[in-house]
Design a protein around this ligand. Structure first.
Ligand code: 5GP
Ligand code: ZN
Length: 111
C-alpha cells in the first residue's frame, strides 16, 4: 500500500482538513507555505498521467471542493494548486495529489 493509501486507511496519522467518501485533504508534513494542504482521491490513482475518462469524476469533485477546503483553512487572499507529475516535476509520492498553497504572497515563478 502506498503512503497516502496508508493515511486514508488511518495506518499513518494525519491532520485532516476535509474528508468524505471519495477524497481526503490533510496538512502537508513539510509545509512550504503558511497553509499547505494535500488533496487526494481515496482511489489510488498514480498521478495526473493516469487520469482518464474512467476516473476523472473524482478529479472534478476535488476541484469543486478545493475552494471550500481553502476557505475553511483560513485562506482569504488567493492560493496556488499544484500537482507534480513524474520525475522531472519531482513527484515523490505516486498517489495523485493536489497541493493547496496559501497564506502568504507566493513566488511569481512556478518552475
Ligand atoms: P510531491 O513531492 O509528490 O508532489 O508531494 C508529496 C508531499 O507529501 C510532500 O510535500 C511531502 O511533504 C508530503 N508527505 C510525504 N509523506 C507525508 C506524510 O506521511 N504525511 C503528510 N502529512 N505529508 C507527507
Ligand atoms: Zn495510494
Amino acid at each position: 500500500m502506498c503512503i497516502f493509501c496508508k493515511i486514508i486507511a488511518g495506518e499513518i496519522p494525519s491532520k485532516k482538513a476535509y474528508e468524505d467518501n471519495d477524497m481526503l485533504a490533510f496538512y502537508d508534513i513539510n509545509p512550504q507555505a503558511p497553509v499547505h494542504i494535500l488533496v487526494i482521491p481515496k482511489e489510488h490513482i498514480p498521478s495526473v498521467d493516469a487520469i482518464d475518462s474512467q476516473n476523472s469524476a473524482i478529479v472534478a469533485k476535488i476541484f469543486e471542493t478545493i475552494p471550500e477546503i481553502a476557505k475553511a483553512a483560513g485562506i482569504t487572499n488567493g492560493y496556488r494548486v499544484i500537482s507534480n507529475c513524474g520525475d522531472d516535476a519531482c513527484q515523490t509520492v505516486k498517489h495523485l495529489h493536489f497541493h493547496i498553497l496559501g497564506g502568504k504572497p507566493l513566488s511569481e515563478t512556478m518552475a
